[in-house]
Design a protein around this ligand. Structure first.
Ligand code: UDP
Length: 337
């Protein structure tokens, strides 16, 4: 999967989460990885407990102690409240996404750690009908998007630390050996919900079929978790260059897939009938959310190579079957966000 070794000390914050735990395993033998999270990891992540620290980024004293002990070359910052749910109070997003990032940057400054890769989101952009470029207007609608943008600003303001801000689009699917995938509680994302429901012969609820798109359903840009790991590896390699500039990059597949197309592909792969139930639009959803990835191609020499709809769905099916075999239930949120 990864040819060139990175001999760096790397700290992942939010290492018990979906992307963090996949990345940890992706890098495993490649470099010295240290993990930090306020929650213990799930058993399937097979995390090395000797290199795992329980620490809340809001506890600055403990954070300083932990980071001083590790002294990483690069910090990859995933720790966040990442569920998009307008019922969650803004104060929770503010504490876990903004104050936590501020603490991390201050500690990095104190300890003279000079490189950060920040996991941001497509949710920072304004509504668009065409592919989004990084210079496009920012205007997050969700509380989640607003807090992530504030954290981006904290990182950008700090001139002593070089940053790469990666704005992820719809991250999905799983990595093998050990098999690790998306597990949110509750689960609100289309791909894991659609796959779980299809396997269990339940109908798939689609929010809205009256959008101004080719088939009336929303269009999204799904990117395989393996391609996310590769983009982060390329970002670390970029940060090693002496003449580097800080960067903000869209990380997606660059191609739009509609909600209906997801269900049709699933039908084809699973070779079964799947019923669709159309519900009213979900509040805050945009009709079209697809990115332009030319900048990432140019600067970090990255292109997605694992993100066909069929590969994303097949790897998600493997992961869902793994959860089912172990009687690990997904708490699916059928209601609106
Ligand atoms: N969606 C849906 N049914 C579900 C979950 C999601 O129709 O059970 C739709 C959602 O309205 C959006 C698309 O799937 O149009 C992608 O939503 P998701 O929550 O996966 O990601 P988002 O783009 O909101 O971050």
């Amino acid at each position: 999967m990864s040819q060139k070794k990175i001999n760096k000390r790397i700290l992942i914050t939010g290492a018990s989460g979906y992307i963090g735990s996949c990345l940890n395993n992706f890098f495993n033998k490649d470099s010295l990885i240290y993990c930090l999270d306020k929650k213990h990891p799930n058993t399937w992540t097979k995390i090395n407990k000797k290199k795992f620290y329980i620490c809340d980024l809001l506890n600055k004293k403990k954070l300083t102690k932990v980071i001083k002990n590790i002294m990483p070359d690069v910090v990859i910052h995933f720790a966040a409240t990442s569920t998009v749910n307008e019922k969650i109070p803004y104060s929770k997003y503010y504490q876990n996404n903004v104050v936590a990032t501020k603490n991390l940057i201050e500690v990095m400054n104190e300890l003279k750690i000079k490189k950060i890769i920040y996991s941001s989101t497509a949710a920072v952009y304004d509504r668009k009908v065409r592919r989004i470029i990084e210079k496009d207007k920012l205007n997050p609608i969700s509380k989640y998007g607003k807090s992530k943008l504030k954290a981006e600003e904290i990182i950008k303001r700090n001139k002593k630390i070089k940053h790469i801000i990666l704005r992820f689009f719809n991250v999905s699917s799983s990595i093998p050996k050990p098999l690790i995938g998306e597990y949110h509680n509750p689960e609100t994302h289309l791909i894991p919900i659609a796959v779980s429901n299809a396997i269990q012969n339940r109908a798939i609820n689609l929010f809205g079929n009256d959008y101004e798109t080719k088939d009336g359903t929303c269009i999204r840009d799904y990117i395989h978790i393996k391609d996310i790991c590769l983009a982060i590896k390329k970002s670390i390699m970029y940060l090693e260059k002496k003449t580097l500039k800080s960067l903000i990059l869209n990380i997606g597949n660059g191609k739009g897939i509609s909600n209906k197309e997801i269900v049709f592909s699933l039908k084809k792969i699973l070779k079964k009938t799947i019923n669709i139930r159309f519900l009213k639009r979900r509040k805050g959803d945009q009709a079209f959310l697809v990115c332009d990835i030319k900048k990432a191609k140019k600067f970090i020499k990255w292109i997605p190579v694992n993100s066909t709809t069929s590969k994303i769905l097949k790897d998600e099916i493997n992961w869902t079957k793994f959860l089912e075999k172990r009687f690990i239930k997904r708490k699916i949120m059928h209601v609106q966000k």
